[in-house]
Design a binder for this molecule. Structure first.
Ligand code: UD1
Ligand code: CA
Length: 470
């Protein structure tokens, strides 16, 4: 069966009360339109047409996928008008047009596949995917005659009190044969709402004795259309639960699913342990056997196997190799690379730097714009002074170096292989390999200073009291 998908995404989404176009509101890190696109991708259509409104640019920038073309519906005159706008982009395509709403992000490819095969088997010109809603709310009602034959879809606003009680509702997913597309022009303006309803197409097809079908598939949860922020919240919870369930299924241990937030698309290996209040965002991948302690956020991180990330650490757009240890209270800023068996400990910030295998920065340091070799020891309180007020400068620390505590490395500067830097040094010049660099004031011991100070104080006191007596 030849297939083209049309996603309707031009509505203004008034009910969201937001300046963001409705279909760009995110669930588990991705715009709802992207979720619909991802589901549709699995059906391998020849083409995906997205109908967008005035916010064209924002939408095209925010979503991605293959074989997508965009069609503009300048004024949102209803779902019927939106599909009509897409017809031009079909280029006389012959086959099935699958229509979906861009605001129903939980739809799965499996349900749509079953729907398409039922529709094909029945030879329908127009078919509708319906579902049973406990609370049919604002959904269009499927109206059947006494023999069960579906006659029309009535929007809630236009429904009688009896019709409102119907629990079988329209999902907004339709399969339309290309030969039936000419019926679109017969949809009349709904005066009450000033819109052309795509739902009217069904009744038009029935009245013209075209073959039609309504297939009740999928759950209320899956078919959910999002019109309000409250509904978005509900949908996000559902999706989050599904993501966590799939991870657990794959061997991840999650102590408290209710407080674990994992974006859609994040990959985690088996035997990794997630403590409560962990946030894994964007395109993040975590290896096997890792432990992620409470209050950790990883955004766009690539974490190897058996890595330990201790409490309250933040990792952004960085790579951490196997067996490394991060935190507690560490911050890996974008562009950081942490080698295997390395340790980035308490209150250490790393920015755009590479840290070699087995290197340790265990306490209170800032490492920015640096290349640090392997097996280096970076003492507590070490700072790379990378910014001179105008530009960022590089620090190079070669393999096996020992940097004493409280060292400032004034970049650009290099510390050669195997060199030592004495604690408390301010390093302004390159250190040759194997050398010891000490850059600090020489210590002076003043003998008996304390006794003299005490004597000075008592003579001062004596002087003041003798003046008072005078
Ligand atoms: C629609 C259906 C309703 C169904 C429900 C399922 C109609 C008239 N009603 O109602 O029967 O139960 O979906 O969720 O179709 N859009 C455009 N251009 C427009 C108007 C809307 O592209 O001019 C897009 C929207 O961006 C949205 C989709 O079409 O993605 C549905 O529009 P919406 O206004 O949300 O329709 P509902 O009232 O939810
Ligand atoms: Ca909707």
């Amino acid at each position: 069966m030849k297939l083209v998908c049309v996603i309707l995404a031009a509505g203004i989404g008034k009910r969201m009360n937001s300046s963001i176009p409705k279909v760009l509101h995110t669930l588990c890190g991705k715009p709802m339109l992207q979720h619909v696109l991802n589901a549709v991708e699995k059906l391998k259509p020849e083409k995906k047409i997205i109908v967008v409104g005035k916010r064209y640019d924002e939408i095209t920038r925010a979503v991605s996928g293959s074989l997508i073309s965009y069609v503009l519906q300048k004024i949102p005159k209803g779902t019927g008008d939106a599909l009509l706008k897409a017809v031009g982009a079909l280029d006389n395509f012959k086959g099935t047009i699958l229509v979906l709403n861009g605001d129903a992000p939980l739809v799965t490819a499996d349900t749509v596949k079953s729907f398409l095969s039922l529709s094909e088997k029945n030879g329908d010109a127009v078919s509708v995917l319906s579902f049973t809603a406990e609370n049919p709310g604002a959904y269009g009602r499927i109206i059947r005659d006494t023999s069960g034959y579906a006659l029309q879809i009535i929007e809630e606003k236009d429904a009688t009190r009896e019709q409102k009680k119907v629990k079988e509702v329209n999902s907004g997913i339709y399969a339309i044969r290309s030969e039936a597309l000419n019926l679109l022009s017969r949809i009349k303006l709904n005066r009450a709402k000033g819109e052309y309803y795509l739902t009217d197409l069904f009744e038009i097809a029935v009245k013209r004795n075209a073959k039609t079908g309504v297939y009740c598939l999928g759950s209320e949860e899956e078919m959910m259309g999002i019109n309000t922020r409250r509904e978005l919240l509900t949908a996000e919870k559902v999706m989050q639960q599904k993501i966590i369930d799939a991870l657990i299924e794959g061997g991840v241990k999650c102590i408290d699913p209710a407080s674990t937030y994992v974006h859609s698309g994040v990959k985690i290996g088996a035997d990794t342990l997630l403590y409560p209040n962990v946030y894994l965002e964007g395109d993040t991948g975590i290896g096997r056997g890792c432990t992620i302690y409470p209050n950790v956020r990883i955004t766009e991180g690539t974490i190897g196997n058996n890595v330990t990330i201790k409490d309250s650490s933040v990792i952004e757009n960085s790579i951490v190799k196997q067996n490394a240890q991060i935190g507690p209270f560490a911050h890996l800023r974008p562009g950081s690379f942490i080698g295997s068996n390395a340790k980035i400990g308490n209150f250490v910030e790393v920015k755009k730097s590479s840290i070699g295998n087995g290197t340790k920065a265990s306490h209170l340091s800032y490492i920015g714009d640096a290349v640090v070799g392997k097996d280096v020891n970076i003492g507590a309180g070490t700072i790379t002074c990378n910014y001179d007020g105008k530009q960022k400068n590089k620090t190079e620390i070669h393999d096996g170096v020992f940097i004493g505590s409280d060292t400032q490395l004034i970049a650009p500067v290099k510390v050669g292989k195997g060199a030592y830097v004495g604690a408390g040094s301010t390093i302004t010049e390159d250190v040759p390999p194997g050398a010891l660099a000490i850059g600090r004031g020489k210590q002076r011991n003043i003998r008996n200073w304390a006794r003299k100070r005490r004597a000075n104080i008592s003579s001062l006191v004596a002087e003041v009291s003798s003046r008072r007596r005078d």
